[in-house]
Design a protein around this ligand. Structure first.
Ligand code: ATP
Length: 343
């Protein structure tokens, strides 16, 4: 775990410095002076004027590196009052300020219980930041794959997985309604899905793909989440989002990471196969029961197999190789909700 001072490490000099003699009373974030750098760059908050932190707080707070993803470094920043936010320092933004701001404004206005909230953004020549809510329970990836086989593993039963899938599908449905029905996510995967306090899935990292450099094709291929037709991630589509979401459903059902070498090698005697292809193969041989995560069966007792098979069919429809045969996300939401009408 790496603890650092988020801003001072690299960028504090570019902001108005905190007056060390002052007791730093709460600042009014609507005041331009408090938010603005000399070149006119400023941090923009969404969701009204009641922010529990300001730019100085953000930059002087201790920060823990959560990871370095394709789009930059992600920090958990903990304020003096112990509240936490996630700050992404975006690298290789390929659009200018205007387009960046337009995209962030569109994302920031989006409010939905299954979409991770963009709280603020910052753009200057040298730094581009996106500030999100921090999800204390971590990502779906961590929940599915963290501590496997260890005594402190918290298993995920079928009900929990169904709630996550339902929430995440609704979140993606909401995203696809954005920008007059043209918004795409472009990077759907289990490390970008989080849990809210009720255990429903929430989609994070929205709206970044189209403003960032395209991912190298080998990264797309090895991730296991990208649709086969995607050669330039900036040109992702809603249909490729549905494909990636289908891979997440298959991951939920099998407990296997799409990029897992166990799938590509050990289980296929050297044959290189991604998760979707492996499942298609197993199902075609009528061995459907073989794909499910043993943990679901042991944690959920009997009686869930039919629901799991229904979810498997939805996942397989989403990962259809032909784009035109994949369902629309609205259909996916309905199908998942219908698995258990009380969900
Ligand atoms: N809002 C958040 N709350 C809690 N954890 C988060 C949040 N956003 C990201 N994380 C976690 O921080 C880590 C780093 O995230 P980051 O997005 O940089 O990388 P990634 O998800 O692995 O890849 P990518 O850049 O392609 O999204 C991941 O484990 C991710 O799940």
């Amino acid at each position: 775990m790496m603890i650092t001072c988020f801003g001072k490490a690299r960028i504090s000099g570019k902001f108005r410095k905190r007056d060390s003699s002052s007791s730093s009373p709460p600042r009014n974030w609507t005041s331009k002076d408090d938010n603005t750098e000399e070149d006119g760059s400023k941090i923009i908050f969404f969701g009204g004027k009641n922010h529990s932190f300001d730019l100085d707080d953000l930059l002087s707070s201790s920060a823990q590196v959560l990871g370095k993803g394709a789009f930059g470094t992600t920090y958990k920043v903990t304020m003096d009052d112990m509240s936490a936010v996630v700050v992404k320092r975006l690298k290789e933004v390929v659009v200018g300020r205007r387009e960046f701001e337009q995209q962030m404004e569109m994302i920031g206005m989006m409010r939905h219980e299954n979409v991770a909230e963009l709280k603020a953004y910052y753009y200057s020549k040298d730094d581009k930041l996106a500030v999100y809510s921090y999800y204390t329970q971590g990502s779906l990836f961590q929940m599915l794959h963290g501590n496997r086989g260890m005594y402190d593993r918290v298993p995920l039963d079928w009900d929990a997985r169904l709630r996550i899938a339902t929430g995440a599908a609704r979140g993606l449905g909401k995203i696809h309604e954005g920008n007059n029905g043209r918004l795409i996510h472009g990077n759907i995967k289990s490390s970008n899905i989080f849990l809210d306090s009720q255990g429903h899935g929430c989609i994070g990292d929205i709206g970044l793909t189209t403003i960032m450099r395209s991912l190298p094709q080998r990264t797309c291929l090895s991730s296991g989440y990208h649709a086969p037709e995607i050669t330039d991630t900036r040109r992702s589509t809603q249909s490729s989002d549905v494909y990636s979401f289908g891979v997440v459903l298959l991951e939920l059902l099998t407990g296997k990471s799409p990029a897992s070498p166990a799938i590509t090698e050990a289980e296929h005697s050297g044959e290189n196969m991604d998760l979707a292809s492996w499942i298609r193969n197993v199902v075609a041989k009528d061995w459907t029961g073989e794909v499910f995560d043993m943990e679901i069966v042991s944690e959920s007792g009997g009686g869930v197999e039919d629901e799991m098979v229904e979810m498997l069919q939805i996942g397989l429809a989403c990962v259809g190789v032909k784009q035109q045969e994949r369902p629309h996300i609205a259909q996916v939401v309905k199908l998942i909700q219908d698995i258990r009408s009380t969900e």
